[in-house]
Design a protein around this ligand. Structure first.
Ligand code: G6P
Ligand code: MG
Length: 219
């Protein structure tokens, strides 16, 4: 194992909830039913892909211009929700997990399809804890496609088979496995059944990694 590639939203910070609130408002404005269960399908899915899934439940079709305007309005709302973020918004165990990787000599990457990722990392004060952060604007295919994890591995100079991916979304776990990496799910085993192992939060990351190192994890 030579590198760990983290997702951001829902793994390092609870922006997953802010995405939920912003999509919920947009869905309500279009009279589309939206709840936590439906939101689970949107986790890890890029902005336009998420919008398409929501609008599939609408009673009419939308032009490309309308879709862009709706995506922009969701993002504007999301940006107001994340505007006040600070290091206090880091999830428990996140900094310790990143620092543990660095102390072990592992490369640390970030693979988030969020175009707000750089802003969020700055607000959290953890930008310098990553050796490489994928710029979502340069990714052609969002999760569950493996492109973003493969890009991170390539830029870190590590073979995908020597990488561990860490994800809270089913689509993200699918992407990690399709990239040929070992997948750690963060959340519920029932949702993240494709993961090689699941932990409730990053507070359990160090113990999990130490166990994996001892037993010789492979993807
Ligand atoms: C992450 C989140 C998704 C979000 C996507 C795009 O993958 O899990 O819920 O839709 O990023 O985020 P953005 O900030 O670019 O709209
Ligand atoms: Mg996520």
């Amino acid at each position: 194992m030579k590198a760990v590639i983290f997702d951001l939203d829902g793994v390092i910070t609870d922006t997953a909830h802010y995405h939920f609130l912003a999509w919920q408002k947009l869905a309500q404005s279009q009279d589309v039913h939206f709840d936590e269960a439906f939101n689970e399908n949107l986790k890890g899915i890029d902005r336009m892909g998420s919008l398409e899934l929501i609008l599939a439940g609408a009673s009419r079709s939308y032009s490309d211009a309308e879709k862009l305007a709706l995506a922009d309005s969701k993002n504007a709302h999301y940006k107001t929700l994340i505007a006040e973020m600070s290091p206090a918004d880091l999830l428990p165990g996140a900094v310790a997990a990143l620092d543990w990787c660095r102390a072990q000599g592992l490369k640390v990457g970030l693979a988030s399809v969020s175009k707000n990722a750089f802003t969020v990392l700055e607000s959290l004060g953890i930008t310098d804890k990553f050796d490489y952060v994928v710029d979502a604007a340069t990714i052609a295919r969002g999760k569950p496609d493996p492109e973003i994890f493969l890009r991170a591995a390539s830029e870190l100079g590590v073979d995908p088979a020597d990488c561990v991916g860490v994800e809270d979304a089913a689509a993200g776990v699918t992407a990690i496995k399709a990239a040929g990496m070992f997948a750690i799910g963060v959340g519920q085993p029932a949702t993240l059944w494709q993961a090689d192992t699941v932990i409730p939060g990053l507070e359990q990351f160090k113990n999990m990694m130490e166990t994996l190192c001892k037993t010789g994890a492979s993807s």
